[in-house]
Design a protein around this ligand. Structure first.
Ligand SMILES: C[S@@+](CC[C@H](N)C(=O)[O-])C[C@H]1O[C@@H](n2cnc3c(N)ncnc32)[C@H](O)[C@@H]1O
Length: 199
C-alpha cells in the first residue's frame, strides 16, 4: 500500500504536469470515503482520463470493480498502462469509446459522471438504467471552478458561457427529476449525489 500510495502521488503529479484534468484532492477524498461508507463494490465511471480516480477508488476497497470509459485514445492508452502498473487489470476495465456510443447490460452500485460537462443530461439518461435499485449517481464539477455561481455577463468567453449554461440546465434537470433525489455538495469542484426516489 505504501508503494501504491507513492505511485498514486506520481500519477497525480504527472497528470498535472501534462495538463490532464483529474479530480480535486477534496473530491477524491469524498468519493473514496463515500465508497467505504456505502459499501460500494461496483462502479461505472464516465471519463477515465489517465485512470487516477478509477485507481484511487479501487485502492480504497479491495473488492471494488470499476468499468471506466474514455474517448481520447492517448488518455485511454495511458490509463491502461497505469492500471497495469498498479496490478489492477482484474478489477478495472477500461473501455475506449465515446460513452454516448456505449451500451452496457451490467448494473452498478455507483455511477460516477466526470466527462464532457455539456453532456451530463445525456450521460445520466443513458446510464441510469445501469444503476442498482439502491445505487448512487455522483456527478463532478457542478461548480465548474466557480463559474456556475458567477453572473453570466462576467463570463467573457462564449464557449465557457455555453458550458456553464449546460451545467445549470443539468442542475435544474436533477432538481426537477421525479425519479431521482439529488443532494448538492460544495466539496471539491461541487458534486451532485443522486439516488432513486423510493415511492
Ligand atoms: C475530468 S476528466 C476525467 C478525470 C478522471 N475521472 C479522474 O479524476 O482521474 C474527463 C475525461 O472525460 C473524457 N470524455 C469527455 N467526454 C467523453 C465521452 N463522451 N465519452 C468518453 N469520455 C469522455 C475526456 O476525454 C477526459 O479525459
Amino acid at each position: 500500500m505504501v508503494e501504491a500510495n507513492k505511485l498514486l502521488r506520481e500519477l497525480k503529479k504527472k497528470a498535472k504536469e501534462d495538463g490532464i484534468p483529474i479530480m480535486s484532492d477534496k473530491g477524491i477524498d469524498y468519493l473514496t470515503t463515500f465508497i467505504l461508507k456505502n459499501k460500494i463494490n461496483t462502479v461505472l465511471e464516465i471519463g477515465t482520463a489517465v485512470g487516477f480516480s478509477a485507481i484511487s477508488m479501487a485502492l480504497v476497497n479491495p473488492k471494488l470493480k470499476v468499468v471506466t470509459i474514455e474517448r481520447d485514445e492517448e488518455r485511454y492508452m495511458e490509463a491502461v498502462k497505469n492500471v497495469k502498473k498498479f496490478d489492477l487489470e482484474d478489477r478495472i476495465t477500461c473501455i475506449f469509446n465515446d460513452a454516448l456510443n456505449v451500451k452496457l447490460d451490467d448494473k452498478f452500485d455507483l455511477i460516477f459522471i466526470d466527462a464532457a460537462k455539456g453532456q451530463n443530461i445525456n450521460f445520466f439518461e443513458r446510464f441510469s438504467t445501469n444503476l442498482e435499485d439502491k445505487g448512487f449517481i455522483i456527478t463532478d464539477n457542478m461548480k465548474f471552478h466557480g463559474y456556475v455561481d458567477m453572473p453570466e455577463e462576467e463570463i467573457k468567453n462564449r464557449n465557457l458561457r455555453g458550458l456553464v449554461r449546460k451545467i445549470k440546465e443539468y442542475k435544474t434537470y436533477l432538481e426537477e427529476n421525479d425519479k431521482y433525489e439529488t443532494e448538492f455538495s460544495d466539496i471539491g469542484d461541487g458534486l451532485a449525489i443522486s439516488t432513486p426516489r423510493i415511492d
